[in-house]
Design a protein around this ligand. Structure first.
Ligand SMILES: C=C(O[C@@H]1C=C(C(=O)O)C=C[C@H]1O)C(=O)O
Length: 405
């Protein structure tokens, strides 16, 4: 690949540059990257799909010629990626190198053009396309109805009480159909405006707004944000404050959170020299709910790239449970659908292995046929109440049902 990044005059909005049907996007607080076209697509499957992707990326980056005038996160050679949750998923995991990237960060805007060695010319600069017609979809229960979800939660609680495992994350699905020709960027605009603190992403039809940073790597340092433990937003200031306070005092949520933080620390420790966490979990306020959050930061000690860390981290206890193998087994037993890329890593990697990855939550997969599946899940512990977990999935579906509805 031959890659060139140059500065652009300020680009305020990057979403309009993305393709209407197969957008590539990574955006938070108005900053990020949008990809146009496809210079290269690499597909992976199986238990070592992330390690395969990491190795393929190192080879590709080493064989590329990169001229980068801007040198910021997201400049130079970049691939967008989305990975299946389960080792046995039917869904492919992909890295996609766009032909052109438009980016914006810290008040600077840039364009990256990427040419394959066998192409004669650099791709042309993209232009913004007007948005297509509005749409309004109704999302209906999928393979796991509300009643069936409550039964699955009840079953999981029993298994936990029997001592089979400590925590399991159970999800349910919603389905809809997006008319062919619909402009997916409309949903992305809604997500980005409604959830500016979250990572709004679109990669190979996987779209969403995730609050959970799996890992970011920048020049030898890393950071992550662990989320687990959820409560509703209040109807007024007092009840909102009470809900956050109750979450911070809830033994069930604190324990569930502790399990998730422990899994991240255990996975990152072998790769880091210094790893610190925020002192105690803090309440993270989102438009649809409160989460318990812990921020983690560290210094890399072994030259790992971002995908090496993603490979070490996935699946965290925030989206699988603990112990991991028992949790994955119970998920396969109780969820009557393939999670595909839901709860898998989604993000981007750059030339030198730096990158930003989130957990694909608050999301939906849009298939080329227009079929959409959205997913939301909850951490189940010994004292989980099925009705409450069902209510929590409704809160977690809100970003997607509102963006498409
Ligand atoms: C599994 C999801 O979210 C995860 C589960 C949480 C919980 O159970 O409290 C909180 C944040 C996420 O780590 C989801 O959104 O689908």
């Amino acid at each position: 690949m031959t890659v060139e990044t140059t500065l652009l005059d300020d680009v305020r909005h990057i979403i309009p540059f993305a393709d209407a049907h197969t957008p590539l996007l990574w955006l938070r607080k108005g900053e990020g990257i949008a990809g146009v076209g496809e210079a290269l697509r690499l597909e992976f499957r199986g238990a070592d799909r992330i390690a395969q992707a990491s190795a393929a990326w190192k080879q590709l980056a080493a064989a590329s010629t990169v001229t980068d005038q801007v040198r910021m996160p997201g400049t130079g050679l970049v691939a967008f990626g989305t990975f299946a949750f389960d080792d046995d998923s039917a869904a492919t995991s992909v890295l996609i190198v766009p032909a052109v990237i438009i980016g914006r960060r810290d008040g600077r805007s840039w364009i990256t053009r990427i040419r394959r060695t066998d192409d004669k010319a650099m791709p042309a600069a993209p232009h913004t396309e007007p948005f297509g017609a509005e749409y309004r979809l109704t999302m209906l229960p999928g393979a796991l109805t509300r009643e069936a979800y409550k039964r699955a939660v009840g079953e999981a609680v029993q298994r936990i009480r029997q001592g089979d495992l400590e925590k399991v994350v159970l999800a349910r699905d919603l389905r809809a159909h997006l008319p062919i020709e619909s402009d997916v960027r409309r949903a992305l605009v809604e997500l980005a405006l409604g959830y500016p603190e979250c990572w709004t992403y679109a990669v190979d039809g996987m779209v969403g707004s995730s609050p959970e940073t799996l890992v970011r790597v920048h020049r030898g340092t890393l950071d992550a944000r662990v989320l687990a433990g959820t409560s509703e937003r209040g109807r007024d200031a007092d009840s909102d404050h009470e809900s956050a306070a109750a979450l911070l005092a809830s033994a069930k949520d604190l324990q569930e959170h502790e399990v998730a933080v422990r899994s991240v620390i255990t996975s990152l420790t072998p790769h880091t020299s210094a790893l610190t966490t925020s002192e105690s979990p803090f309440p993270l306020k989102l438009p649809n709910l409160w989460h318990l959050a812990t921020d983690v930061s560290g210094t890399l000690s072994d030259g790992s790239g971002s995908l090496d860390l993603v490979s070490a981290l996935h699946p965290t206890a925030a989206v699988a449970g603990t112990p991991t193998d028992a949790a994955l087994q119970l998920i396969r037993e109780l969820e009557p659908f393939d999670r595909e890329r839901y709860a898998g890593p989604v993000g981007w990697i750059g030339t030198d292995g730096d990158g930003e990855w989130a957990i694909a939550l608050r999301c939906a997969q849009v298939k080329p046929s227009g079929d959409i599946t959205a997913y939301a899940g909850c951490g189940i512990m010994a004292d989980s109440v099925p009705e409450r977990e069902l209510a929590e999935t409704k809160m977690k579906f809100r970003p997607i049902t509102e963006a498409f509805g």
